[in-house]
Design a protein around this ligand. Structure first.
Ligand code: SF4
Length: 447
């Protein structure tokens, strides 16, 4: 048991989070106070990061572990990088601070710098009237082993009532946009798996989203079609016809045994077929998601999956690290996986990044989550000019994103204060359907 005395209440949360990156919550007692407990010396005189550095040193020595992201516990390390660039004037100065003061490894510092470089080359729409629109479909064909989202098994009956409520919300938000002079810079239909809807519903959804929000000023329109087994020619034609230029087809792995183990009802051949159909239908940009650290996978499996995916020619590849979260079936099977899989995941990521760079992809957005194997990160890679603006801006929180549907959390951005205010819809789709008027009222009040 690791015993810590944390006297600085205002930094208790961050210090505890850092300690939990070294050892599991079961091995940690942060309310300890006594001779066998570690207390940060001179904590009153130290700022938060200095306290974290001391704690890092103590935990590293006792556990024998080092963390690639050093003392960083937050979700958006690039936000810190941007802040440091503003402070010291150069990206290389920011890199130095990350390494010396936040103890971030040279490998992760260089990754952040590359993401910063890519984003610096993109011209973003800074018009305060330009917002992102997210539409959530909380249904999937089956539930993945690692899923902790509010995803529900699709059925026609369940989805009908939901779509009726969503229609009301789309109509109300489109009206709000008109009265406030707002417009959608990007539209993103995600979930869940939007393509788990039946063809007529899917066509209705993409048409309705386009009619409500697509204008000549909309830079991109994306629809997640994550499960290849839910993709049909009819759905692809519908989304292309409605003006969608981007989709996401998510293999996660190209290893049949892994796909079975994680509860996805598709095979690698279904991915190949889905890519071929999407290209035939005229989809311009395809993203493919891959996960490092899936149960029983070795670095060779990940390398093989990545190669097979790159052979299909997606413009975007997002390399996720498995997150073992509460609410997933996986955590019931192996609650310590996020600690035990660290070395394997680290090797998988290093190898994948090298292969992606060799193939011409560059990292363009990055975020971290709690409970990720080895405390790593998720990184979006893109061929030049194909980056998803929506993915960048949702992470950097520098634009309002209006989220519709169950579980949608709108972020209203106040540029003068560089501050975000969150306005959440309820996550249960049945309660969302029942209380749709209240969800709409929340948005009217916020906008
Ligand atoms: S596809 Fe995504 S939302 Fe659906 S069950 Fe799998 S992880 Fe959950």
């Amino acid at each position: 048991m690791y015993r810590l005395t944390i006297k600085d209440e205002k930094n208790r949360y961050e210090l505890t989070e850092l300690a939990k990156m070294f050892v599991s919550a079961d091995e940690l007692d942060t309310s300890a106070d006594g001779p066998d407990s570690f207390c940060i010396p001179g904590a009153d005189e130290l700022d938060r990061n200095a306290q974290k550095r001391v704690l890092y040193g103590y935990m590293a020595e006792l556990s024998g572990k080092q963390l690639s992201w050093g003392t960083l516990t937050g979700v958006r390390p690039l936000k810190l990088f941007n802040k440091l660039v503003r402070q010291c004037g150069t990206p290389s100065g920011a890199e130095d601070i990350l390494k010396s003061e936040y103890l971030v490894s040279p490998e992760k510092t260089s990754l952040l710098r590359k993401v910063w470089d890519t984003q610096s080359r993109i011209s973003f729409n800074r018009d305060p009237k330009a917002v992102g629109v997210y539409i959530g479909i909380p249904f999937c064909p089956t539930r993945c082993l690692y899923c902790s989202f509010t995803s529900n098994k699709y059925s026609r009956e369940k989805s009908e009532a939901y779509l009726k409520a969503l229609e009301l919300e789309m109509y109300a938000v489109a009206e709000l946009f008109r009265t406030k002079g707002l417009y959608a810079d990007s539209i993103y239909i995600g979930g869940g798996t939007p393509s788990s809807l039946e063809e007529d519903q899917f066509q209705w959804l993409t048409d309705k989203a386009a009619a409500s929000f697509l204008t000549a000023k909309t830079a991109e329109f994306t629809v997640e079609c994550g499960r290849p087994d839910s993709i049909t020619v009819g759905k692809l034609k519908a989304l292309v016809k409605s003006g969608c230029g981007r989709i996401s087809i998510n293999p996660q792995s190209m290893q049949p045994k892994t796909l079975e183990l994680i509860g996805r009802a598709h095979r690698p051949e279904d991915i190949n077929k889905a890519f071929a159909l999407a290209k035939d239908a005229g989809v311009k940009i395809i993203n493919a998601d891959l996960i490092a650290g899936l149960p029983s996978e070795k670095p060779e499996d990940m390398a093989d999956s990545l190669k097979k995916i790159m052979d299909l020619g997606p413009q975007n590849i997002t390399v996720h690290t498995l997150a073992v979260k509460r609410g997933s079936r996986l955590i019931e099977q192996d609650k310590d996986m996020s600690y035990s899989a660290g070395d394997v995941v680290s090797e998988m990521l290093s190898e994948s990044f090298a292969s992606l760079e060799k193939a011409g992809y560059a990292p363009y957005y990055l975020y971290r989550q709690k409970h990720m194997a080895g405390n790593m990160e998720n990184t979006g890679w893109s061929l030049p000019g194909c980056e998803s603006i929506y993915n960048i801006r949702i992470m950097e929180e520098d634009q309002s994103i209006i989220a519709l549907g169950a579980g949608g959390v709108s972020k209203i951005y106040y540029p003068e204060e560089d501050r975000i205010e969150r306005v959440a819809n309820v996550s249960n789709y049945e309660i969302y359907t029942e209380r749709i008027r209240e969800m709409i009222k929340r948005k009217e009040d916020a906008l």
